[in-house]
Design a protein around this ligand. Structure first.
Ligand SMILES: Cc1cc2nc3c(=O)[nH]c(=O)nc-3n(C[C@H](O)[C@H](O)[C@H](O)COP(=O)(O)OP(=O)(O)OC[C@H]3O[C@@H](n4cnc5c(N)ncnc54)[C@H](O)[C@@H]3O)c2cc1C
Length: 395
């Protein structure tokens, strides 16, 4: 038996544990610093309502990933979902992401039309060349739509004073395509959520049932080059390591710490059966409010109650390593760590790849990829690439 260590018991770590079980031949230890598996995807309860930390909507273009998870924890189809953005300047709600049907209904459509026609000249093979997020969007859709939907939202999302500070475009490499109508953006994705009232929780136990799971456990020392770690003063050596934590931790931050943003979630119970209109799962706010979006949890969970629980997401400097930053300087730093990973050490998951675009389905997809590499006798961490990513409509 080969000895495998998994660092972190969030979705990526649990999915990796299951893939090793399916491969066979591994004695797997999973180390999780929290007292539970699943991290923010785990279901909690407030006022009798089940909820996760943020929506944790299962949204995927990958049929194999959907089939896989649906067999373990059956998923309810949520393709009726509508996401809506409030634009104060128009005092109106528009479907998210932006679509032409809504654009044509805007009070300043004549101006937007001219700007969009101008912008279309910037596209070469459907893509625009730009140095930063502001330039990218203005060149793609014009200044008015940028001001209404993108500017304030991204400033608060990434806690920057200016969208010019955002200088990577991992999540939208091919240029912005505004869809025809409100539903068109979701044609190619499966939208789902577990039927079970405890959401994804059973998956975490199922996927790790063959692993030795050490909860509330801290790794005292990393010697990643030799695939060794120290736990409880014992030096342990492994044949493979799958890390799902920020890669700077593995190298004692020798090139500097990687920056992340956190999230605060305010949970509010409302004294009405539903708060948002039928089928509206999220409300995005594109203005000066501190929060980015509201989610009405029961739209996903179908929890029955005379009240409704709404979560409000507020970006914070601290409050958890949730959002890797889309700044070239940080991305380069992350790469400097990932480049040092020796053969037999994989770094997957959102923090592990330092890619904001990595969602639940991508964590599973990465575990498939890792398994494929191991099956073929390889030992090298997959280089984060386009197959991990999905355009800007994801959470
Ligand atoms: C607010 C919010 C809402 C989201 N909503 C959605 C959504 O609707 N749909 C969607 O698909 N995705 C969503 N995502 C993204 C998705 O949930 C995450 O990308 C995914 O769950 C990440 O899983 P992970 O295993 O990579 O990381 P994590 O879930 O962060 O797990 C990492 C684990 O490692 C542990 N750990 C950290 N350091 C150490 C250490 N030194 N030793 C041991 N353990 C350690 C942590 O405690 C944690 O359990 C959302 C993310 C956030 C933050």
């Amino acid at each position: 038996m080969k000895k495998a260590l998994i660092i972190g018991g969030g979705f990526a770590g649990c999915a990796a544990a299951h893939q090793l079980e399916l491969l066979g031949g591994y004695e797997t230890t999973l180390v999780e610093s929290a007292p539970f598996l699943g991290a923010g995807v785990r279901t909690n309860w407030y006022g009798g309502h089940p909820y996760t930390f943020g929506p944790r909507h299962f949204l995927t273009p990958y049929e194999d990933v959907y089939e896989y998870i649906n067999k373990i924890i059956p998923l309810r189809n949520c393709n009726d979902h509508e996401f809506v953005t409030y634009v104060e300047r128009d005092d109106d709600f528009y479907a998210y992401p932006i679509n032409m049907q809504d654009v044509k209904s805007m009070p300043d459509y004549d101006k937007i039309k001219i700007e969009m026609e101008e912008a279309s000249k910037n596209k070469i093979n459907g893509a625009v060349q730009a140095q930063n997020l502001e330039e990218y969007w203005i060149k793609s859709v014009g200044k008015t739509l940028f001001d209404k939907f993108i500017d304030n939202y991204n400033k608060k999302m990434w806690l920057v004073d200016d969208c010019k500070e955002i200088d990577t475009f991992n999540w939208s490499p091919k240029g912005v395509a505004i869809k025809d109508g409100p539903k068109a953006a979701w044609d190619t994705v499966i939208s789902a959520y577990p039927y079970a009232s405890n959401g994804y929780d059973d998956y975490f136990d199922f996927s790790t049932k063959n692993a030795k799971v050490l909860l509330s456990t801290k790794i005292e020392k990393f010697d990643i080059k030799n695939k060794m770690v120290t736990i409880d003063r014992n030096e342990l050596k492994f044949d493979i390591i799958i890390s799902t934590v920020s890669p700077d931790i593995l190298f004692n931050e020798e090139n500097g710490p990687l920056k992340f943003l956190g999230r605060k979630i305010h949970n509010i119970v409302f004294p009405s059966e539903f708060v948002l209109p039928e089928n509206v799962y999220f409300l995005y706010y594109a203005n000066n409010e501190d929060f980015t979006r509201l989610v009405e949890y029961k739209k996903f969970t179908k929890h029955k109650s005379k009240n409704s629980l709404v979560g409000m997401e507020i970006p914070t400097i601290d409050g958890g390593k949730h959002y890797p930053l889309p700044f070239q300087s940080e991305q380069k730093k992350a790469q400097s760590y990932l480049d040092q990973l020796p053969t037999g050490v994989f770094s997957i998951g959102r923090a592990g790849t330092y890619l904001y675009g990595v969602d639940i389905d991508d964590c599973i997809k990465q575990s498939f990829l890792m398994s494929e590499i191991l099956k073929q006798g390889g030992q090298d961490s997959p280089v984060p690439g386009e197959e991990y990513r999905f355009p800007e409509m994801k959470n």
